[in-house]
Design a protein around this ligand. Structure first.
Ligand SMILES: [Zn+2]
Length: 64
């Protein structure tokens, strides 16, 4: 059935930053999902940290 194929695709997540793919739900627990330009993007655990740092750095530079 087509619906089964779709649910399997949803379980596999792709990092929008490095393109890394992970289909194991236990490993994507640390992944984060953000909404950018009205579109949901997923970052792996490693890229999430770098992304957060980049965002914090941006905020800091804007505040100062
Ligand atoms: Zn990544």
């Amino acid at each position: 059935m087509e619906q089964r194929d779709r649910s399997e695709e949803q379980q596999a997540r792709t990092c929008a930053w490095c393109g890394r793919q992970e289909s194991d739900p236990a490993r994507t627990l640390a992944w984060t999902t953000a909404v950018e330009r009205g579109r949901a993007v997923t970052f792996c655990d490693r890229c999430s940290r770098e992304h957060l740092r980049a965002m914090e750095g941006k905020l800091d530079s804007e505040f100062w």
